[in-house]
Design a binder for this molecule. Structure first.
Ligand SMILES: C[S@@+](CC[C@H](N)C(=O)[O-])C[C@H]1O[C@@H](n2cnc3c(N)ncnc32)[C@H](O)[C@@H]1O
Length: 212
């Protein structure tokens, strides 16, 4: 898909507000996502930069790629307050602005649901991580329950992507990660929000995978 523009002006403003309101619940997941990382990290679809405050001290630099202009500006503000050097760049997951094997790790959080071409995005993440490096992911995924899967499929085919910045509820992201060549080391299921009644994007995974 090349560098197809990502512009969601209404969703971007809503996400910027709602994401802060969710941080009491999501913040600890961001800590788990990033714990123990070190060296150079590429973060794809960084949004308004809410991960930046959670990078551990071993991380020496972050290249944060964000295509949506409103969110990218907010990410630049967040980068100025980050505990490690963060460069924020325009770009899309399907064509990352980075050379082969130049990162010790890549991070995808709440973004693989929204990319236009998941296969191309995964192949790019695989390309930029060095052999032996890792992919960390925190994503909402296809449900286990057939009933919720049906709801997710129906929403994806109708209104959901239009009102959520191109998000898809029914993506099988874990399979996409392994198909790209990564080998999963850790995979934990979590519900967000952690409520008794499910919303279409309740099932999440947090995990890590190695580029063999
Ligand atoms: C739900 S937000 C998540 C933001 C951030 N990663 C977080 O954890 O809060 C989804 C992000 O994916 C970005 N995005 C959408 N399509 C993309 C693409 N093709 N490549 C990279 N990022 C994309 C959006 O602009 C948005 O910032």
């Amino acid at each position: 898909m090349g560098s197809r523009a990502v512009r969601h002006p209404v969703f971007a403003r809503l996400y910027a507000r709602a994401s802060h309101a969710m941080e009491a619940e999501v913040g600890p997941h961001r800590d788990r996502l990033l714990a123990g990382l070190s060296g150079a990290v590429l973060e794809v679809g960084a949004g308004n930069g809410l991960n930046f405050a959670h990078y551990p001290t071993g991380v020496t630099r972050v290249l944060a790629v964000e295509p949506e202009p409103y969110l990218r500006n907010l990410a630049r503000e967040a980068a100025a307050r980050a505990p490690c050097p963060v460069d924020v760049a325009d770009g899309v997951a399907e064509r990352l602005p980075a050379d082969d094997g130049t990162f010790d790790a890549a991070v995808a959080s709440l973004v693989l649901c929204s990319v236009h071409d998941p296969e191309a995005a995964m192949s790019e993440l695989y390309r930029v991580v060095r052999p032996g490096g890792e992919l960390r992911f925190y994503e909402h995924v296809r449900a286990e329950s057939p009933r919720l899967r049906r709801v997710q499929r129906t929403l994806d085919a109708t209104v959901w992507p239009r009102f959520t910045g191109g998000c898809h509820a029914h993506r099988d992201t874990v399979t996409a990660i392994t198909r790209a060549g990564f080998s999963i080391d850790r995979l934990d299921g979590v519900r967000v929000p952690d409520t008794r009644i499910s919303v279409p994007t309740s099932p999440h995974v947090i995990g890590s995978a190695t580029h063999p």
